[in-house]
Design a protein around this ligand. Structure first.
Ligand code: NAD
Ligand code: DAU
Length: 335
């Protein structure tokens, strides 16, 4: 296989490249990444000299660069995106540009170059928000109801991907997954933010009442899900991917982190809520389980411990990340 990975210097993309090259050493990977604030080539040190790995520094909105990257590729795995909800509230335009326009540029080029599979990595946020007492979960038939500029742009990208399948016959698959966590996650997202703040002696900022619920998916479990969809998924299909069977709210996640790190719950600080904050996400991942035999390898607590250990061991990595552009963002976001 020759796979074009977009956004491969980001959190999930870099985990995917490391996973794929370890498990499919004969395949070739081309990584196209713009290296925004979220892209970090340090994540890929292990493979940078591998002859089967090529990096192209470029923007998915740039037709010329995309055409070059698409040469002789048989599969596209599309991660590149602006991904942080709070940043989309501060400035929506880059989200529309990369997530919508960039996806369309890739689709057009994939079609022209007859790729055998275009896999689009999307999110459960496109389905909107569930009430805390709603017995339903998001699944492949849930109506789209995005509520932030980020989720609206991802919803638009999903629609375009499906449209290219139905209208032009492009062989696509989509995964809509829940909140990922694990090594190399940019520190703006709640789990690495909480862990690294506590390691630095700072408090964990919790929005609103902290009773918001997310479904948590360990990044390597997500990579295995994409692998199975590439190998056995049905063309034109969508797969919901989640990691939990029961709700865990943000306050509980923060308390678990503090317990593992041996710190007191006084380290939790309630701060101003996010505008339009989605109350609850919950994912029904029975389709991918029943059809493709996928399930998470371990439970949330075990993966959370592994993740905390990684951030304890790799302090240089996140200290460098935290000392850059992120400092200004943190001031703007948290005051
Ligand atoms: P991330 O923010 O860590 O990384 C995004 C990567 O895309 C970065 O390397 C960045 O440089 C690159 N990029 C951004 N704009 C680009 C452009 N115009 N051209 C080329 N490269 C560009 O993101 P992530 O958390 O790894 O998410 C990857 C994908 O998974 C995204 O599509 C996201 O919507 C989706 N997703 C993420 C989560 C999650 O919890 N992180 C959950 C569900 C879905
Ligand atoms: O559901 C999948 C989505 O998960 C992905 O599509 C997005 O790319 C990814 O960013 C993530 O979105 P969330 O908004 O759910 O993730 P975030 O880590 O920003 O927030 C998780 C929860 O924690 C959410 O309820 C908001 C809350 N939160 C977040 C931050 C940054 C806080 O309470 N305090 C914080 O400082």
């Amino acid at each position: 296989m020759k796979i074009l990975v977009t956004g491969g210097a980001g959190f999930i993309g870099s985990n995917f490249i490391l996973y794929w090259m370890k498990n499919h050493p004969d395949d070739k990977i081309v990584n196209l990444d713009k290296l925004t604030y979220a892209g970090n080539l340090e994540n890929l040190k292990e493979v940078e000299h591998n002859p089967n790995y090529t990096f192209i520094h470029g923007d998915i909105c740039d037709t010329e660069v995309v055409e070059k990257a698409m040469q002789e590729v048989d599969t596209v795995v599309h991660f590149a995106a602006e991904t942080h909800v709070d940043r989309s509230i501060l400035q929506a335009a880059p989200f529309v540009m990369t997530n919508v326009v960039g996806t369309q540029v890739l689709l057009e080029s994939a079609l022209k170059n007859n790729v055998k599979r275009f896999h689009h990595v999307s999110t459960d946020e496109v389905f909107g928000s569930l009430n805390l007492d709603d017995p339903n979960k998001f699944n492949e038939r849930t109506n789209y109801s995005p509520r932030s500029p980020y989720s609206a742009s991802k919803a638009a990208s999903d629609h375009l991907v499906r449209a290219y399948n139905i209208t032009y016959g492009l062989p696509i698959t989509i995964t809509n997954c829940s909140n990922n966590f694990g090594p190399y996650q940019f520190v703006e997202k709640i789990i690495p933010l909480a862990i690294t703040n506590v390691l630095e002696g700072q408090k964990i900022p919790i929005y609103g009442d902290g009773l918001y619920v997310r479904d948590w998916l360990y990044v390597e479990d997500h990579c295995r899900a994409i692998e199975l969809v590439l190998q056995k998924g049905k063309i034109g299909n969508t797969y919901s991917v989640g990691g939990l069977t029961e709700d865990i709210n943000n306050l509980t996640v923060a308390k678990k982190i503090l317990r593992i790190l041996g710190k007191s719950e006084d380290m939790i600080e309630f701060v101003k809520d996010r505008p339009g904050h989605d109350r609850r996400y919950a994912v029904d991942w029975s389709k991918i389980k029943n059809e493709l035999g996928w399930q998470p390898l371990h439970n949330f607590d075990k993966w959370l411990e592994e993740t905390i250990n990684w951030y304890k061991i790799n302090q240089e990595w996140w200290k460098r990340v935290k000392s850059g552009e992120y400092k200004d963002y943190y001031k703007k976001q948290y005051g």
